[in-house]
Design a protein around this ligand. Structure first.
Ligand SMILES: [Ca+2]
Length: 504
């Protein structure tokens, strides 16, 4: 009897202490249209103490890739396969990592920007709150002005953005709370769900794709005030300062060169123009700063729940900084709900320091992302790697860690075998067998990387770069190495011929 009692009390104790889950939790944080070197731990000026803390205690990748655009990145990160191999935004021939992780008993949560066609609640996620569309007003994603405010700035007067709460679609979401701001709201929803499910034994997968710092440039005045006036030296000086800082930090090496400026020279601007540009960059930085502040709240919750050491946290951006200019309210300065403004080409160029080009292109400025992985149980603190990784590797990593298998069918449709490779060997400090090739496609932005060689379509022809000798793509080798260039272009064409739906 005594023995039975002691076993019982041991069992009760184990349950009350929350016996450790057999699989780890996952938190995947993605920001939107942020440049390669904006955050502190990649050489930028934005104050990001919480993201930097992940880097100090985790692993930074210097050659990690997304795709050139929001929705292709989401299709790929979710399914572990290339967007056009699985039906892009329909994802009809792929399984999401929500669907994958459900097979091994995960609680699957998403808060933020989805940007695919079927809602997350039909594609493997238990709970959802956020922007189902591509971008929206941060203070008021709807079209109706709140009392005391002007009309919310929008990309076009007829543009009504798709929002969703759980499985309910809301076309034009106006929250009555004047303190509503998407970055804050997404985080609060995520924290509330972690609280709601804290007593269940299931591990959780939390996917947190923020809309910041994608346009429109919207931020809280107190966050803007932290940065206002700090950028009057201009983008030329900023690029040089970042370049030197990144070198010192080891984010870039001796072979990197500072690519030519892609905009007007700062000195050609009038003082009035410089002041207006300073404000744009201050708002942009405030948006990233706000993400970091919210991550502080989220991380405190994970620690409070006792799950910090058993949680793999990852951070990245979905594509390079954005040069698009849909400034529909040219007379309203960036910041408030009534405005709809974007960052300048000069600042987007600086955000991607030292790399070439932008979002929507397959040069490194469009597709290279900071990637931080933090997992106290596995990852050596404060490490850095130049092994090449890609967002299609995340699903493979989740399967490797949990033993989950990729569903062969989703809603009666056969899935295609995913193309990613697990990142676990790199997390464990080992050398991973790399991808033979990595492919990119978004509209006419097409590229393939094989080892250190990368071919990029440029109009009707292809360019060739050696990223080991020339990581900033300054010297096109196509004329010197026509056969290799053709071989890579042909590889890309045969890969693309296997696309679902349209081939261009
Ligand atoms: Ca994006």
């Amino acid at each position: 009897m005594k023995r039975i009692l002691s076993i019982l009390s041991f069992l009760c104790l184990s349950i009350s202490m929350g016996a450790e889950k057999s699989n780890p939790n996952f938190i995947l944080i993605m920001v939107d249209d942020m440049g390669y070197s904006d955050i502190g731990c990649y050489g930028g000026e934005v104050e990001t103490p919480n993201i930097d803390m992940l880097a100090e205690n985790g692993l930074r990748f210097t050659q990690f890739y997304n795709t050139a655009k929001c929705h292709t990145t989401r299709a790929e990160i979710l399914t572990g396969n290339y967007a056009y191999q699985i039906g892009d935004q329909s994802m009809q021939h792929g399984a999401t990592f929500g669907e994958v992780l459900r097979t091994v008993g995960y609680r699957t949560l998403i808060s933020g920007k989805w940007h695919q066609n079927p809602l997350p609640t039909t594609r493997g996620f238990d709970r959802y709150y956020g922007l189902a569309d591509g971008c929206c007003n941060f203070f008021n994603p709807g079209i109706v002005a709140r009392e005391g405010e002007g009309d919310p700035g929008r990309k076009g007067q007829n543009r009504v953005r798709r929002w969703a709460i759980e499985d309910e679609v809301i076309m034009g979401y106006t929250n009555p709370d004047p303190k509503f701001y998407t970055t804050d709201a997404f985080t609060t929803y995520a924290i509330d769900r972690l609280d709601e499910y804290k007593d269940e034994e299931k591990p959780f997968m939390l996917y947190l794709p923020y809309t910041a710092p994608h346009y429109p440039l919207h931020a809280w005045p107190e966050d803007i005030a932290k940065y206002r006036g700090k950028f009057l030296a201009g983008w030329d000086v900023l690029r040089e300062q970042r370049f030197e800082r990144m070198k010192k930090m080891g984010i870039i090496g001796e072979k990197h060169q500072l690519t030519p400026r892609a905009s007007k020279a700062w000195d050609d601007l009038s003082d009035k123009e410089k002041d207006a540009e300073d404000l744009k960059m201050a708002v942009y930085c405030a948006m990233i700063d706000r993400v970091d502040q919210n991550l502080g709240r989220l991380f405190a919750k994970v620690k409070e729940l006792g799950e910090w050491d058993n949680t793999l946290i990852m951070f990245l951006t979905d594509n390079g900084a954005c040069p698009e200019q849909p400034n529909t309210t040219p007379d309203i300065p960036p910041g408030p709900v009534e405005s709809y403004r974007t960052i300048s080409v000069g600042w987007a160029n600086a955000s991607n320091t030292p790399y070439r080009k932008f979002k929507s292109t397959d040069y490194e400025g469009g597709i290279r992302t900071p990637f931080i992985a933090h997992w106290p149980k596995v990852i050596e603190p404060g490490t850095m790697t130049d092994q090449v990784g890609h967002i299609i590797d995340l699903s493979a990593t989740f399967m490797d860690i949990t033993g989950a298998e990729y569903p062969e069918e989703i809603d009666g449709k056969k899935t295609r075998e995913p193309a990613g490779l697990s990142l676990m060997p790199i997390f464990e400090g080992k050398e991973r067998t790399p991808h033979e090739e990595i492919y990119w496609r978004f509209n006419r932005a097409n590229a393939v990387r094989q080892g250190d060689l990368k071919a990029i379509r440029a109009g009707k022809s292809w360019e060739l770069y050696d990223l080991k000798a020339d990581p900033t793509e300054m010297k096109n080798l196509a004329a010197e190495r026509p056969e290799k260039t053709k071989e890579l272009a042909d590889l890309w064409e045969s890969w693309n011929a296997n696309s679902v739906g349209k081939k261009k």
